[in-house]
Write a protein that binds this ligand. Structure first.
Ligand code: SF4
Ligand code: SF4
Length: 56
């Protein structure tokens, strides 16, 4: 399993993409997306997201 973004809660702020140590998150069209092939489930993005929009 990789981290997943709950689109309805994501504001597209990009904080998660800045925090991800593996560069697994990109923001497009104001929604973050996780590349499941790169994510190692470190949970940094989950703690960083101000909207609680990322889960495992
Ligand atoms: S930190 Fe949260 S609200 Fe901001 S882009 Fe990432 S998932 Fe969306
Ligand atoms: S769990 Fe870690 S590796 Fe996966 S997307 Fe979030 S910050 Fe990146």
């Amino acid at each position: 399993m990789a981290a997943v973004v709950i689109k309805e809660l994501c504001a597209g702020c990009g904080v998660c993409a800045q925090m991800c140590p593996l560069g697994a998150i990109r923001v497009r069209a104001k929604t973050a997306r996780v590349d499941g092939a790169l994510c190692d489930e470190c949970e940094e993005c989950i703690f960083a997201c101000p909207n609680g929009a990322i889960a495992l």
